[in-house]
Design a protein around this ligand. Structure first.
Ligand SMILES: C[S@@+](CC[C@H](N)C(=O)[O-])C[C@H]1O[C@@H](n2cnc3c(N)ncnc32)[C@H](O)[C@@H]1O
Length: 203
């Protein structure tokens, strides 16, 4: 799989949009999830670790999963994450991990995966009973968020009702949406949601 983030990885953390998303999503995560120091968490599409950095201090370990080796290299260079994070450069849709997690967090990665249904099923399979997802992405937009021709973008955001239905179809219960931040780009507003949902205890 080509590393579509090789160039972007070099200055990702200093870009205003990832910073705003990280702040907004981090705030929602910290206030909506009952974090526990024993938790093992997967950050799907972890990139350089902006979201991992919010989560790692409160849990046992974060498994930072991404298909971009260059983004994960930036994450691995962060001293504050040393000993708290395992990086995994793998497409878990093709090759699942042989472990389960207490939660899956993700920011702005779902729109890079064509088959959302399969992705949500994969998240479900990777969770312990009672585990949670907390997934951030753009609300449905008109396709203007990414510059024209950007490779690897399969969804122009997500319709909340449809995504809630897909989560329930995958086996999750109680999908709840929060607006984490509204990005402004060239006079347009792009809200970013975090949806939380739970795998039932008997799931
Ligand atoms: C927009 S970046 C977001 C990075 C990070 N979550 C953040 O908020 O800064 C999307 C990330 O998803 C990753 N990604 C795309 N497709 C993926 C897949 N199938 N499996 C894992 N990661 C994927 C990309 O490599 C990239 O690092």
């Amino acid at each position: 799989m080509a590393d579509l983030f090789e160039d972007k990885s070099q200055d990702w953390d200093s870009r205003p949009i990832p910073q705003l998303i990280s702040e907004g999503v981090g705030e929602v995560l910290l206030h909506t999830i009952p974090w526990d120091p024993a938790m093992e968490i997967m950050d799907f599409g972890a990139g350089t670790g902006l979201i991992t950095s919010h989560v790692a201090p409160g849990v046992r370990r974060v498994w930072a999963v991404d298909v971009s080796a260059s983004m994960l290299e930036q994450l691995e260079a962060k001293d504050a994450l040393e000993g708290r994070v395992e990086t995994v450069c793998r497409d878990i849709l093709a090759e699942p991990l042989a472990r389960r997690f207490d939660g899956v967090v993700s920011a702005m990665a779902m729109h890079h995966v064509e088959d959302t249904e399969r992705l949500l099923e994969r998240f479900f399979e990777h969770l312990v009973p009672g585990g949670f997802v907390a997934l951030a992405d753009l609300d449905a937009e008109d396709g203007s968020f990414h510059p024209e021709g950007t490779q690897g973008v399969y969804h122009h955001g997500f319709d909340r009702e449809s995504l809630a239905r897909q989560l329930v179809d995958a086996g999750f219960v109680d999908p709840q949406f929060h607006t984490a931040v509204t990005l402004q780009k060239e006079e347009r507003a792009y809200p970013v949601f975090v949806v939380t949902a739970t795998k039932p205890n008997d799931g």
